[in-house]
Write a protein that binds this ligand. Structure first.
Ligand code: PMP
Ligand code: G9A
Length: 415
């Protein structure tokens, strides 16, 4: 008898959704396709020779530990190095016991969901929001309340109004999720004032802040703004970051800075999911930091991505029609486009595929849907020539779509 597997799956498994981005990553395999879709680092920046050296050093100095199971909280040397770096680069006051290593920032998001969300709980997120976070939270049967962002970050007036509205119905959100630096997907950065205000609001209404910061070191211009965690004196902020954008995502290494009570719970939850993070990767990453390579690497990545951003903006300026607007991120990997209301980027996607150019539809980043006339473009992955060609292809698709709309609309009903 064939097993009726659907009947046996948990309700939670039934809620698991595929990520638009993970699906789109497959497009990069199609010959001739230019993809501005996935948020992939540029492989040109991978420090292959130095990684090889760090592997040699690891196998020479710590072969037994590096190839063995490790503690759930992570390799001590790496946690110490991260705590030191958090102090130096982020002004976050932390020591070894304030940091744990995770299997990517994505696992940290999943631990947040597992440890804080019961079915029916409510959490707050900026909208648009990083798809992978919403995917992780959604699995735990929680309700999401979206707060719009503006050029200063989360719209704090709207945040207050929404919290008050929820309170009137007896709902107290557990946490607010945000990406303050060069947000994925909008590229926007939260102002210092908004960061402080957000922490004040979180204290007033008693919820946690999940500060997800994968792009914070990739600053192209202006001074870096201190993270919300650096103002947190009471353990209200869970700070998450990753090696994915400053070394390589293949290492699958992230980290969390949070209070002891929270980290203790995360360690229990993590034990049940992977026992420990890849020990070998952790030792290599430790050698990488210890050898003083990370600062140089960050500098190299920033120069490459800034150039790419400039090229993409230049081509958008040159080729895109009136009525299309975009953000100019001061760092990170993404530009957000808003098109005329007559364009639905979901419907246009097929036409873009026909011209072999891919983007992520804006709607994918809104937990409650909508915003059909927006899209996200990644500028880190492609080289300069490809960016120029890709923007030209996309401009053609958009112009044809605008012309098509005008032809279809005038005269009305095709009379
Ligand atoms: N948070 C954000 C905002 C991201 O953009 C990403 C990856 N693109 C992640 C978390 C997950 O990163 P990691 O590779 O460390 O799991
Ligand atoms: O899902 C991945 O591979 C990471 C990329 C995330 C993004 O494109 O936002």
């Amino acid at each position: 008898m064939v097993v009726n597997i659907e009947r046996l799956f948990s309700k939670r498994a039934g809620r698991l959704r595929s990520s638009e981005i993970r699906e789109l990553l497959k497009l990069t395999q199609i010959p001739g396709m230019i993809s501005f879709a996935g948020g992939l680092p540029n492989p040109k920046a991978f420090p292959i020779h130095i990684i090889r050296e760090c592997i040699d050093t690891t196998l020479k100095n710590n072969p037994n530990d590096a190839l063995q199971y490790g503690t759930t909280e992570g390799v001590t040397q790496l946690r110490c190095a991260l705590a030191k770096r958090m102090k130096k680069v982020k002004d976050i006051n932390c020591e070894l016991h304030d940091v744990i290593v995770t299997s990517g920032a994505q696992q940290a998001l999943s631990l947040v969901a597992l440890c804080f969300l019961d079915p029916g709980d409510t959490y707050l997120t900026s909208a648009p929001a990083y798809l992978g976070a919403v995917q992780a939270f959604h699995a735990y049967e929680a309700n999401c309340e979206s707060i719009p962002i503006n050029s200063e970050g989360i719209d704090t007036d709207s945040l207050r109004r929404n919290i008050e509205r929820l309170r009137r119905t007896g709902v107290h959100p557990k946490f607010l999720y945000c990406v303050p630096n060069f947000q994925n997907p909008s590229g926007e950065t939260m102002s210092l004032h908004h960061r402080k205000e957000l922490l004040d609001i979180a204290s007033e209404y008693d919820f946690l802040i999940i500060e997800d910061d994968p792009y914070g070191e990739l600053v192209f211009e202006g001074e870096p703004i201190p993270p919300i965690k650096s103002f947190d004196k009471r353990g209200r902020v869970i700070y998450i970051s990753t090696f994915s954008k400053i070394l390589a995502p293949g290492f699958r290494l992230g980290w969390v800075v949070a209070s002891k009570e929270i980290l203790d719970k995360f360690i229990l939850a993590k034990q049940a999911t992977d026992l420990c993070t890849n020990t070998f990767s952790q030792y290599i990453a430790y050698e990488y930091i210890n050898g003083g390579f990370l600062d140089k690497q960050v500098k190299k990545i920033k120069a490459l991505y800034k150039k790419n951003r400039d090229v993409m903006i230049e081509e958008l300026d040159k080729n895109f029609p009136e009525g299309v607007t975009w953000t100019i991120p001061k760092g990170g990997m993404f530009i957000w486009l808003t098109l005329p209301k007559t364009i639905d980027t979901r419907l246009m996607f097929k036409k873009a595929m026909a011209k072999k150019i891919a983007y992520v539809i804006g709607e994918a980043f809104y937990p409650e849907g909508g915003n059909y006339n927006s899209m996200r473009l990644n500028f880190s992955y492609s080289d300069e020539k490809t960016i120029r060609e890709g923007v030209r292809r996309l401009a053609e698709v958009i112009k044809e779509e605008l012309n098509g709309f005008q032809r279809e609309s005038y005269p009305p009903n095709g009379v």
